[in-house]
Ligand binder design. Structure first.
Ligand code: PLP
Length: 443
C-alpha cells in the first residue's frame, strides 16, 4: 500500500512520470490529453521551456530569502507586472502559495482594513451558495460547497450566504437577465440590511463560478449592481479569481468583462501555471493606505510568501501569455470548443446546459432535461465520466455541484491556452464518448 494519502484514500491513481505540451504520460506509458489543466492550472501546457528555464535559473541564483528580512527581484518584478494589468484602483500585491491561502489572506486583509479605519464592528462576511473558495477553515466557511463543509461545520467561523448567479438553474423563465441580476443584488442588499450594514466587512464571490457549479458566468449587469450595493454600504467586494482568472476566460481578469473592479482579488492556479505553487491577493490603494496610516503591518504571513522561485515562474508565465498572444487563442478556441460541444452533445437528452467563457467550459448533466432534475448522487455519474475519460486518454474535471441541497453533475473543461483546433476536436470527441458510456452505465 502507498504511504501517500491520496484524494481517494482507497484508490491508487496512475503514477505520472513526464509531461510535454498537452500530454501527461504515466509509468505504464499511457498518455492522457490534458483538457482540464489539472484543475485549471496548467495554462501554458507542460514543459514550457521558458518557464522551466526561469525556475532553473532562479533556483540556482536565489532559491529562498525570508520575506521577514528581504524582498527579491522576482517578487518586485511580478508585482509590477500584475499591477500594470490590474483592474482600476488595484495597486498592491500580497503573495501566497496558492488559492486557499489567498482567500484566507483576503478575508484577514478585509477585516484588518476595518480595524485600522476605526470600524472594528465590521466582522460579517457574505458569500454565495454554490461557490468554492478553498479548503482551509476561513475559505471553507465562506464557501458554499456543502459536502466539503459538512465534516468541519463545527469548526467554521460564522459566514452568511445568498443565492448564486446561476441563470440555467435559478432564473425564472419569464425574467430578463437584467431583472434576474437586479433581484440577486437586492437579495444581497437585504442580507446586508438584515445583518446591519455597519457590521458587514465584505461580499465574496467567484467572478465565474468554477468547480462547484461548472463554469457559470454571471448574467450581464449582475456585478455592476453588486458593486453599487457594496459601495452604498461601505462593504468591500472580494472577487475570487483563483480559477477563473489569469486569462482563463479570455481576458487576464474575468472581472474585466463585467466592467467593474473589486477592492480585493485573489488569484493563483494559472499564475504559476503548475510550474510553481503561487497565488496572490491584489488589493486597492485605499486598503494599503489604511495599513500605512494605522499599524503599518499586515498581521499575517507564511514562511514561503513571495518565494523567489515561484515569483520567477510567475514572471515567465505572464511574459509568455503576452508574447505568445495566448489570450487571443483562448477566445478563439473557447468559441470553437463551445460550438463543437453544442454539436456533439447539445442534443443528448441528459445534457442540460453547455456554458462558459474562453477556455473555461462545462457540460451539465441532468436526469431529465425538462425538469432539470439531477441524477441520484449515489450513481456517482461525474466519477464515472472521469473514469471513462481517463480510459480514453482524456483528463477532464467532472464534479458534483450542489443544486438545492442535492448533488448535480457537471464536467469542467479548462485546457491549456496552447490548444489548437484539432486538439479541440479530439477533446470533444473523447468527452462525447466518455459521457455516453457513463450515461449508458447508469441506465
Ligand atoms: N478559490 C477558487 C475559486 C478555487 O477554484 C480554488 C480551487 O479550486 C480555491 C479557491 C482554492 O485553491 P487551492 O486549491 O490552490 O488552495
Amino acid at each position: 500500500m502507498s504511504h501517500v494519502l491520496h484524494r481517494a484514500a482507497r484508490a491508487k491513481p496512475p503514477t505520472a512520470v513526464r509531461a510535454q505540451g498537452l500530454v501527461i504520460e504515466d509509468k505504464e506509458g499511457r498518455r492522457y490529453l490534458d483538457a482540464s489543466g489539472g484543475a485549471a492550472v496548467s495554462c501554458l501546457g507542460h514543459g514550457h521551456p521558458r518557464v522551466v528555464e526561469a525556475v532553473r535559473h532562479q533556483a540556482g541564483t536565489l532559491a529562498f530569502a525570508h520575506t521577514g528580512f528581504f524582498t527579491s527581484e522576482p517578487a518586485e518584478q511580478l508585482a509590477d507586472l500584475l499591477i500594470g494589468q490590474a483592474p482600476a484602483g488595484i495597486d498592491q500585491v500580497y503573495f501566497t502559495c496558492g488559492g486557499s491561502e489567498s482567500v484566507e489572506a483576503a478575508l484577514k486583509l478585509a477585516r484588518q482594513y476595518f480595524v485600522e479605519t476605526g470600524q472594528p464592528q465590521r466582522r460579517h462576511f457574505i458569500a454565495r451558495r454554490q461557490s468554492y473558495h478553498g479548503n482551509t477553515l476561513g475559505a471553507l466557511a465562506v464557501g458554499g460547497n456543502m459536502w466539503r463543509r459538512e465534516p468541519y461545520a463545527p469548526l467554521l467561523m460564522e459566514a452568511h450566504h445568498v443565492a448564486p448567479c446561476f441563470a440555467y438553474r435559478f432564473k425564472e423563465e419569464a425574467e430578463s437577465e437584467e431583472a434576474y441580476g437586479a433581484r440577486l443584488a437586492d437579495e444581497l442588499e437585504a442580507k446586508i440590511r438584515e445583518l446591519g450594514p455597519e457590521t458587514v466587512a465584505a461580499f465574496v464571490a467567484e467572478t465565474v463560478v468554477g468547480a462547484t457549479a461548472g463554469a457559470v458566468p454571471p448574467v450581464a449587469g449582475y456585478f455592476r449592481r453588486v458593486r453599487e450595493v457594496c459601495d452604498r454600504h461601505g462593504v468591500l467586494l472580494i472577487l475570487d479569481e483563483v480559477m477563473s482568472g489569469m486569462g482563463r476566460t479570455g481576458t487576464l481578469h474575468a472581472c474585466e468583462q463585467e466592467g467593474i473592479a473589486p477592492d480585493i482579488m485573489t488569484i493563483a492556479k494559472g499564475l504559476g501555471a503548475g510550474y510553481q505553487p503561487i497565488g496572490a491577493v491584489l488589493f486597492s490603494r485605499r486598503i494599503m493606505e489604511a495599513l500605512l496610516a494605522g499599524s503599518g503591518a499586515f498581521m499575517h504571513g507564511h514562511t514561503y510568501n513571495g518565494h523567489p522561485v515561484a515569483c520567477a515562474a510567475g514572471v515567465a508565465v505572464l511574459e509568455t501569455l503576452r508574447e505568445e498572444n495566448l489570450l487571443e487563442n483562448v477566445r478563439a478556441m473557447g468559441e470553437l470548443m463551445q460550438s463543437r460541444l453544442d454539436a456533439r452533445l447539445g442534443q443528448n437528452p441528459h445534457v442540460g446546459d453547455i456554458r462558459g467563457r474562453g477556455l473555461f467550459r462545462a457540460v451539465e448533466l441532468v436526469a431529465d432535461r425538462e425538469s432539470k432534475a439531477c441524477f441520484d448522487p449515489a450513481l456517482k455519474l461525474n466519477a464515472r465520466i472521469k473514469a471513462e475519460a481517463m480510459q480514453r486518454g482524456l483528463m477532464v474535471y467532472p464534479m458534483g455541484g450542489t443544486v438545492d441541497g442535492r448533488q448535480g453533475d457537471h464536467v469542467l473543461l479548462a485546457p491549456p491556452f496552447i490548444v489548437g483546433p484539432s486538439d479541440v476536436e479530439t477533446i470533444v470527441e473523447r468527452l462525447g464518448e466518455a459521457v455516453e458510456a457513463a450515461l449508458a452505465s447508469v441506465q
